[in-house]
Design a protein around this ligand. Structure first.
Ligand code: ADP
Ligand code: MG
Length: 474
């Protein structure tokens, strides 16, 4: 990929000056996070980590990622409605993975009771890296699709302004004017507002289901404030609050201390550690309710790594999206090699291949949130240990994507200013609303670019590895 800022990246004086401007601009623009020391108070806050310079992104791949987003919305929605597919695909996983098994139990339980709500709201983010082929041309490769709690749509709505200013300070006004506007917060709020409207009660609120530790509150506030601007009331509650205050009436309307809830927007609930028995009970209550869930439990399951791997199998997309050959072609063009480690010949062969050549692959468990995948020697060791045990089936194997690094500065509070070799991951937000059988909204809602130093194999912004960035199209 073109080294866009070769002339300034090694100019220490210019970089120092621009970094000082950048940090203050980020604070002014609201690119904020609470601190590790006081994660639940806004008295002391800091800027969220971000790159000094926007990163070069090939224009054609950026456009390709946008062009396939409505297709991915359609696909996730189709998977979430296909009980047979989910059952077959997750059968081997739930035998060995307790967390997925527990989610699956709730899924079956609510289906057996019958769904109380026919409106579905999906907010997802499809993430990609730019794989550098042998001929030097880059290809768009999907890393994963996040169907629950896809974050940073709020803060990233504010980073382009910061980078625009930085480029001007560095004497690059022409390039600054080319940075694209981007407002996922507005797009996500549009979807939530649509679901709220279809629920059909002026008095009912939107409930953000939030974490115990709320460092990333400002990202969520961006979306909340968009809803208040539309005169939609928002409340923030934790699973614990739902357990204590939540109830259903005879028609399964959800009430929190007497206040009716129209939409539950999960920003929590995707890692096993948050669920004690009370929180599982709270989750079940929400899923049984008439409130619109974003996502519902079926859609959360549609975002598992195991489903992603099965989607790449020959013929699967055709079964899930009959009559959509063009969408299928666009979707498949973004797939990297994905491999099952289920018991049997195929799994045996792939396990052996990965043990022989671990640097070609990434080993992924059914977990979200960064920092769970295995690479290189560690991948080899773990696979050696589990290759003959059923535990193997809780993982999938994926081709490792190798992007071309570029130099940048990662601005992080209390960290020295130093140049790093970096790679980026592009996310596209998707929003859709279905009522019964009809999709009434299906859109791409903006993008997120995250960048990290190459020495980190894994991890996102919340994990303290990647930082916020803005694409500069080349
Ligand atoms: P999570 O659900 O934990 O976010 P991901 O599949 O997104 O799981 O992986 C986490 C991180 O690991 C990604 O952000 C990316 O940096 C890295 N990663 C994941 N898959 C690959 C891959 N196939 N090639 C290279 N890096 C990968
Ligand atoms: Mg990820």
């Amino acid at each position: 990929m073109a080294a866009a800022w070769q002339d300034v990246v090694r100019d220490a004086e210019a970089v120092r000056e621009a970094a000082a401007v950048a940090v203050d601009a980020a604070l002014l623009a609201g690119v904020l996070m609470r601190t590790g020391e006081q994660p639940n108070a806004s008295d002391v806050v800091n800027y969220a980590p971000f790159t000094l310079l926007p990163s070069a992104v090939p224009r054609d791949l950026f456009e390709q990622a946008y062009a396939v987003q409505q297709d991915f919305n359609l696909l996730v929605d189709a998977v979430s409605q296909n009980r047979e597919f989910l059952e077959q695909t997750l059968a081997s996983t739930i035998k060995v993975d307790d967390f997925t098994a527990r989610l699956f139990r709730i899924y079956k339980q609510v289906l057996e009771e019958g769904l109380a709500q026919t409106v579905v709201l999906g907010i997802n983010r499809s993430d990609y890296m730019f794989d550098c082929g042998l001929e030097g041309t880059a290809a768009l490769r999907q890393i994963e699709i996040n169907t629950i709690a896809a974050s940073f749509g709020g803060l990233t709505s504010r980073t382009a302004d910061v980078h625009r200013l930085v480029l001007k300070v560095l004497g690059k006004s022409e390039e600054a004017s080319q940075l694209l506007p981007n407002n996922p917060a507005k797009g996500l709020a549009l979807g939530i507002a649509k679901a709220w409207e279809l629920y059909g009660s002026q008095r009912a609120v939107v409930m953000f289901l939030v974490e115990e530790v709320q460092r990333n509150i400002f990202d969520q506030r961006c979306v909340e404030n968009e809803l208040w601007n539309r005169n939609i009331r928002v409340v923030r509650k934790r699973f614990r609050d739902v357990f204590e205050q939540g109830s259903l009436d005879a028609s399964r309307r959800l009430y929190m201390d007497g206040q009716e809830v129209a939409v539950v927007y999960y920003r929590e609930g995707y890692v096993p550690q948050v669920y004690d028995e009370q929180n599982w009970e709270a989750r079940l209550l929400l899923e049984r309710s008439r409130a619109v869930k974003c996502p519902d439990i079926a859609t959360q399951l549609a975002g598992t790594k195991k489903v992603q791997q099965e989607l790449s199998r020959q013929g699967t997309l055709e079964k899930l999206l009959p009559g959509h050959p063009e969408a299928i072609a666009r979707i498949r063009a973004t797939f990297a090699g994905l491999y099952s480690l289920d018991e049997g010949e195929e799994g045996d062969r792939m396990a052996a291949t990965a043990i022989a050549d671990p640097d070609r692959f990434v080993l992924k468990p059914q977990r979200e949130g960064g920092g769970n995948n295995l690479y290189g020697e560690e991948l080899r060791e773990v696979l050696e240990k589990i290759k003959d045990s059923p535990e193997r089936t809780s993982y999938i194997l994926m081709d490792k994507i190798k992007p071309q690094p570029a130099l940048n500065y990662l601005l992080r509070a209390h960290s020295p200013l130093q140049v790093s070799e970096c790679i980026s991951e592009l996310g596209i937000f998707g929003v859709y609303v279905r009522q019964g059988r009809e999709l009434v909204l299906n859109q791409a809602a903006g993008h997120l670019l995250r960048t990290k130093a190459i020495e980190h194999a894994d991890g996102g912004v919340a994990a303290g590895v990647a930082v916020l960035d803005t694409p500069y199209l080349v």
